[in-house]
Design a protein around this ligand. Structure first.
Ligand code: ZN
Length: 79
């Protein structure tokens, strides 16, 4: 874990510097937008879906999760 990791409601995106080894595993593209990833880029491992994401997608997904969480909390309690 590092300071760059995004931790949203217990969902982790592990920030990593893309290495040749990582890129080989992910066929050099972001798992979401299929943008080319390059050695030395910051990539985020999505522990939920076991894929690597570019910074933009990891951030967008984090915001989505936050939004979803807020919607849940805004609903009146049923019990
Ligand atoms: Zn992406």
């Amino acid at each position: 874990m590092s300071a760059n990791d995004l931790n949203i409601n217990g969902q982790y995106f592990v920030a990593q510097r893309a290495t040749e080894k990582i890129l080989l595993r992910v066929t050099n593209v972001c798992g979401m937008c299929y943008r080319d990833l390059h050695e030395g880029d910051d990539v985020y491992y999505d522990m939920q879906d076991y894929r690597y994401l570019c910074h933009e997608c990891a951030e967008a997904l984090s915001e989505e999760m936050l939004d979803a969480h807020e919607v849940e909390e805004a609903q009146p309690a049923l019990f």
